[in-house]
Design a protein around this ligand. Structure first.
Ligand code: SF4
Ligand code: F3S
Length: 104
């Protein structure tokens, strides 16, 4: 599976949802997650994210986020169309330490 990591927090560009062939993205207050059991590992979303937030589960950055993706994909609504990203998305891009801003 692919995993959405902390780089998505407060960026939420949503380019990823437009390309997913199985519509397995779920949307929270300030980030998205991927349902690990629905993702077919196609990889097309990874290069679409301007924040480089999406990584394969073999990536070291995925470890801290895989279970959050699983848990919150079951709680948050599905999203299949790109909406409007936050006004300050670009200001949050590449900021370190965003994990603490995760909003369940
Ligand atoms: Fe969807 Fe493919 Fe990305 Fe998985 S890897 S979330 S199936 S676009
Ligand atoms: Fe997040 Fe990147 Fe998608 S910032 S919403 S994972 S395009």
């Amino acid at each position: 599976t692919y995993v959405v990591t902390e780089n998505c927090i407060k960026c939420k560009y949503m380019d990823c949802v437009e390309v997913c062939p199985v519509d397995c993205f779920y949307v929270g207050d300030n980030m998205l997650v991927i349902h690990p059991d629905e993702c077919i590992d196609c990889g097309v979303c990874e290069p679409e994210c301007p924040a480089e937030a999406i990584v394969p589960d073999q990536d070291a950055k995925a470890a801290a986020w895989l279970e959050k993706n699983r848990d919150f994909a079951s709680l948050w609504p599905n999203i299949t169309r790109k909406g409007t990203p936050p006004d300050d998305a670009d200001a949050w891009k590449d900021k370190p330490g965003k994990a603490d801003l995760f909003s369940p």
